[in-house]
Design a protein around this ligand. Structure first.
Ligand code: SF4
Ligand code: SF4
Length: 76
């Protein structure tokens, strides 16, 4: 199944506060093992499962995460 939404994290903006992880209804966000250049673990998203609700995008205090709506697949 083709994914409908892509989750983009601007790695060096993220401070790893976890707000998006807690609020994501799909529970597809986790923290990286690596650190960004500011020394924070940053959010990474599973490739599939995003519901496109944009809760993460709207609640991130650092504008570090945004959602891209991908084109509908050609099954229509
Ligand atoms: S993406 Fe935003 S809300 Fe999520 S952990 Fe990073 S700074 Fe916090
Ligand atoms: S748009 Fe919604 S489902 Fe997708 S990663 Fe953000 S909070 Fe989770």
């Amino acid at each position: 199944m083709q994914r409908k939404y892509a989750v983009h994290v601007i790695r060096d903006f993220c401070k790893g506060c976890g707000i998006c992880m807690v609020l994501c209804p799909a529970k597809i966000l986790t923290l990286s093992k690596d650190c960004n250049k500011r020394g924070h673990h940053y959010v990474i998203a599973k490739e599939n499962g995003c519901l496109g609700c944009r809760t993460c995008e709207l609640t991130c205090p650092d504008f570090a995460i945004f959602i891209e709506c991908l084109e509908e697949n050609s099954e229509k």
